[in-house]
Design a binder for this molecule. Sequence first.
Ligand SMILES: Cc1ncc(C[n+]2csc(CCOP(=O)(O)OP(=O)(O)O)c2C)c(N)n1
Length: 565
Amino acid sequence: MISGARALVESLERLKVRVVFGVPGGAVLPLYDSLLESNIRHVLARHEQQAAHMADGYARAGGRLGVCIATSGPGAMNLVTGLATAYMDSSPILAITGQVARHLIGRDAFQEADTVGVVTPITKYAFQARAAREIPSIIKTAAEVATTRRPGPVLVDVPVDVQRELADESEFDDGPYLAGYDPNPPELDRESVRRAAAALAEAERPLILAGGGVVASGAHEELRALAEMLGAPVATTLMGKGAFPEDHPLALGMIGMHGRPSANVAVNECDVLLAVGTRFSDRSTGKLDEFAKQALKIHIDVDSSEINKNVRVDVGITADAKEALSALLKELSRLAKRGASEAWRARLGGLREVLSTRSSGELDPPSVIKLIESTLDPGRLIVTTGVGQNQMWAALYFTAKHPRTFITSGGLGTMGFGLPAAIGAKVARPDKIVVDIDGDGSFLMTAQALATSVSENIQVIAVVLKNDALGMVRQWQHLFYARRFIATDFERSHDFVKLAEAFGAEGVRVESLGELERALRRAAGNEVTTVIEVPISREERVFPMVFPGRSLREVMIDERQRLLF
Ligand SMILES: Cc1ncc(C[n+]2csc(CCOP(=O)(O)OP(=O)(O)O)c2C)c(N)n1
């Protein structure tokens, strides 16, 4: 006879789960007790939101399932932001929550919350185990649902008496729990692939737009082969950063509100657009009616509900990106290809100049990001970000050369994501240098994750761009609310050096690029986590910018100068 809790831990072991991030509580005590007998590492977060972001960072950096645990009621409710973040960015995490005992469900018992009810809209699936014997099959299925087709978070709610319940192992069911769920992507529609290949072969001004789905499916090599075969430039979404090496001659960088002009303009001038693994978020497309309206559009996505959801396309292919791109490559190798025209390449090459990196020699944000990249071994670097200006500067100026090296809350835009995600990423990839490029506002939302980082020896570097403000919101107040600033300036400046030290991390304040370089070198070899405070002006604004509701062809390069392409 074994308990539900033991069965749960064994199920995780069978999935080769090596680490879980969590915070214990009454309703998960049996589970924690069973973890004592396991080799699974438990990383103690100081807040469940952070446990979820850690699992998310682990999943995104490592390309495998991340697991987090919370107790019932407040613990589970604290996971919500982390689950919604993972849901929007299609990140495979498994959240296990405790629940009050079965006979107390629905009676407002102590620390009872309807966790499944709350998380259903922000998870790919939410299970509740009603008997110990169901646990192996639920955990196996939950992990399968989280990691297959379009990945996403899954929650398993386990009442505490189910964790305690003893069952004979012969009673345990480990068959599929959801008979209707097919983990395999749908069969590739060959006819659509042929149509897509024919259009691409004919294209004079082809453009490939790669989203997070390319990273998730590990299709980066196929993408590169296809781009090189066609001589087609490649733009990415924010989530697609790293899907294509950004130092490649065909790379245009990121599209969208703060995209690179070369990428945004390409969208509106290409004749054939191949979009792969992107859901065409409004932040990426700008004004929808204008988005690539001149182009024949092909869309590959593993989630059929994404095809024609935001952008109407000429050829929709529901498939795993890797499989579809391989099929396209094969098909194209049989066709005579026109290849991208010289004029097209020259046009886009010229547009690259529009965004030149300022090098004032001061601590301006582009120079800070560039220095992080050049000082730390770029081959070993993983960047995570907060949300706001810091995130957009990181996205614009960090050259992501490999998949899973740029980790950011793209869809939900969750402040506080950067530090815990960095911790999770470092656990998944201890061989990497993980740098959280953060804003002071975002950092303060989850700064106590420093406690986890220091006590668990998970060494990361946090570079806090300190403008004593909620910079991005302030930027919008500046641009769209006639500089009527409210609630965006911090009345007091915070001391991040002392904050770091309070947790046993190292803190350093830098006043120049030279000092920053020295601090980064020291931090990379440091035994503990380092927080580097970088003062920047609150008047800094992120440009280029496509104003909300505008077409990607209207690029503001500062607050007055509009370039119309
Ligand atoms: C949890 C959460 N609350 C509020 C917001 C709205 N918001 C977007 S950007 C931003 C300001 C971010 O400030 P900071 O982290 O200091 O970064 P900066 O823009 O100054 O680089 C805010 C409040 C958000 N994205 N997430």
